[in-house]
Structures are given as structure tokens and as C-alpha cells.
Design a protein around this ligand. Structure first.
Ligand SMILES: C[S@@+](CC[C@H](N)C(=O)[O-])C[C@H]1O[C@@H](n2cnc3c(N)ncnc32)[C@H](O)[C@@H]1O
Length: 341
């Protein structure tokens, strides 16, 4: 059901200074051969995710972390995915609060956002409404399931999904759907957070932290690339964006999670391994404003002892985000993106 349609500004699309990225090598996908901790994890694959459903309607109101709006990351996805063109019709799948999508909408003819959470859809509309609007084309918001996109075949110039693949029970079927609705010669663009490297100790810490947060899987560049190939797409390519200066406390406070879970996650991060600290370039921001590399002895989290000189106000890290694209070949046989339906 189309909820609302809005008018948009259409500035000239910027010339693409394409980030060439790293050529994707189709590697064996990671499998769930690491022990499962936390509330429920699988690595890669198309298996059911265990654990409680993530309640996006509840989380929508306060879901507003700085990383979702980080401009350089948004631009990197737009550039690498070739998303900005003033005559493009673009679909954003699982667009959530539309932090990225509202920015992208300014550079295309029309942007449709589909998300299964009505709370998120409404939030997206509000973010979009708050933008300055001069003239231009339209943006549409739809409440719907990524597994069954309510659009015809070969309809959009680009189809993008950011930070949702790890939540989906059937990621391959969703990507098949994205491949179905993109036009021939069109591009499907995926972006998601990954562990900073695949060292087992680092992956273990990653799993422990995100397992406290929500029901999800760990997604790697390879998983995304293989899923695009499996959907029948070609010219699969990948790029990596490293977000420096990311704030763990900001991420948690604007995650929509309850306070107890935020605290558990902060403490788990505080005690992650040295290898993980190194991989993330973790720095400790003390309450007195000092940034230090080593965790001070007896230091506590920001929520426990904010007045103590030893208390840690924040962890500052560098996070890794993968962007993976695949192109729909001309006159592609329909079996690729229809299979499994
Ligand atoms: C972490 S948010 C990401 C939102 C946005 N793409 C971004 O980058 O900020 C994940 C979103 O996926 C949506 N979602 C999860 N499963 C979905 C499904 N099966 N169909 C549509 N949306 C889904 C949730 O409602 C939520 O808004």
C-alpha cells in the first residue's frame, strides 16, 4: 500500500568519480562452523535465524545513530553503486528510517522505499519531510516485505539495500527479488557492516556483541557477492568503506535498544580482546575528555560512574562497511531470480 508521496529537489547529479574498489573474488561463503553464542547467530547461508524477532516498530522512534547519517559513507554507496542520476527510478529495500534514502532521493528522479515496519516507514517520511524541498519529482513509502516486493519485473534503474541483509531470514530470496525488479543493465547495490577482519578472535567478539543486540547473522563481502551471483547478476564488484571516529555510545543510545541491553553491549565491548581492539583501532574517551589507547585500570562504563575521572565515556573505533554490486545482464533468463519462490 502506498502510504504517501512527496515532492523533491533534483539537483544536478554529480559526475561519478567512481571508486574502483577491489575486484570481487568468488570465495567459498563463510559457514556457521564457529560456536554460537549470544541470542542467535548464523554466519552466511539461507538458514532460519534463531532468537526473538527484532521489534523495529519499537526501535523506530529512537533509531537515529550518527553512523546512519554519516555523509561520506552515504556518498561512497551512491558513487560505487552509480546511484545518482537525475532520470533514475530507484528502489530502497528495507529503507528503515530513510537516513540514507532521504539523502539519495535528492539526486534521482524518484525513490521508492519499502520497509516492513510501519514505525520505520513513518520515521522515514518525517525525515524526508524535514528536508528543504524546492521542486522536482516524487518519493514513495510502502510498508511491505522484502521477500515479496510489490513491484513489476524490470522496473527500477537501481535497487539498493543498506544494513538489512543481516536481519533477513531468507537473504537469497530477497536478493532474487531485488534482481527481479531491477531493469536489464540495472544494478543491485548491497551494503552492510562486517567484522573488521576475519581473525577468529575478532569474529567471536563481533558475534558476542551483536548477539546481545538483536537477532541477526554475520554477513561478509563474499556472502553478498555470492548471493548476487546466485540471483543471476554479473560484474559483481566490491568496495570497502572504513568509518573512522565511530562512537559506540552514540550507536547504542540511538539504537532503539533498551538501556539494559545497551549497558551489556558496552561492557562486552569494553572487555573485547586485544586483537579486536587492534582491529577496530579502539580508543577510550574518558569522562574528563582525554582519549587514551589503553583501558585504564578499574575503568567503568559511562553509564555506571560518569563523575569519576576513571570512567569511560565512550569507545571510539573504526568500523568496516562493505558495498557489493551486481549488474543484471540483458535478456537474462528468469530462472536466476525466480528460483526458490
Ligand atoms: C538496521 S535497519 C536499516 C535501515 C536503513 N536501510 C539504513 O541503512 O539505515 C533494518 C531495517 O530492515 C527492515 N526489515 C527487516 N526485515 C525486513 C523485511 N523482511 N522486509 C522489509 N523490511 C525489513 C526493518 O524494519 C528495519 O527498518
Amino acid at each position: 500500500m502506498s502510504v504517501e508521496i512527496e515532492q523533491l529537489i533534483l539537483p544536478e547529479a554529480q559526475p561519478s568519480s567512481s571508486q574502483s574498489g577491489i575486484r570481487f573474488e568468488p570465495l567459498k561463503p563463510l559457514i556457521d562452523d564457529l560456536s554460537v553464542k549470544g541470542r542467535g547467530f548464523q554466519i552466511g547461508g539461507d538458514k532460519e535465524i534463531r532468537g526473538p524477532e527484532t521489534d523495529w516498530d519499537k526501535r523506530a522512534e529512537s533509531y537515529d545513530a550518527a553512523w546512519t547519517r554519516e555523509r561520506n559513507y552515504q556518498l561512497r554507496i551512491m558513487e560505487f553503486g552509480g546511484l545518482r542520476k537525475s532520470n533514475f527510478q530507484v528502489l530502497a529495500v528495507a529503507g528503515g528510517g530513510s537516513h540514507f534514502e532521504a539523502a539519495l532521493a535528492l539526486s534521482v528522479e524518484r525513490l521508492d522505499v519499502v520497509d516492513m515496519s510501519m514505525g520505520m516507514v513513518r520515521k522515514g517520511q518525517r525525515i524526508f519531510d524535514s528536508r528543504t524541498i524546492r521542486n522536482g519529482e516524487r518519493m514513495g513509502f510502502v510498508q511491505g516485505d522484502a521477500l515479496n516486493l510489490p513491484y513489476p519485473d524490470n522496473y527500477f534503474d537501481r535497487v539498493v539495500m543498506r544494513h538489512a541483509l543481516h536481519h533477513l531470514a531468507q537473504p537469497q530470496q530477497t536478493i532474487n527479488e531485488m534482481a527481479r525488479v531491477v531493469k536489464e543493465e540495472g544494478v543491485v547495490v548491497l551494503s552492510d557492516g562486517t567484522p573488521p577482519n576475519m581473525n577468529p578472535a575478532v569474529v567471536e567478539d563481533y558475534r558476542n556483541v551483536f548477539g546481545l543486540k538483536e537477532q541477526r547473522r554475520i554477513v561478509t563481502d563474499q556472502d553478498m557477492g555470492i548471493a548476487l551471483f546466485m540471483a543471476g547478476l554479473t560484474s559483481v564488484d566490491t568496495d570497502v568503506y572504513w568509518m573512522a571516529g565511530a562512537s559506540v555510545s552514540d550507536w547504542l543510545q540511538y539504537s532503539g535498544l533498551d538501556k539494559e541491553t545497551q549497558e551489556q553491549i558496552f561492557l562486552t565491548k569494553l572487555h573485547q580482546s586485544e586483537e579486536t581492539n587492534h582491529a577496530y583501532g579502539t580508543r577510550y574517551l574518558l569522562v574528563n575528555g582525554e582519549v587514551v589507547e589503553k583501558k585504564p585500570r578499574g575503568a567503568t562504563a559511562w553509564f555506571e560512574n560518569p563523575d569519576s575521572g576513571e570512567a569511560i565515556h565512550d569507545l571510539i573505533e573504526t568500523w568496516r562497511f562493505a558495498i557489493v554490486i551486481g549488474k543484471k545482464p540483458e535478456a537474462m533468463a528468469p530462472k536466476g531470480w525466480r528460483s526458490g519462490r
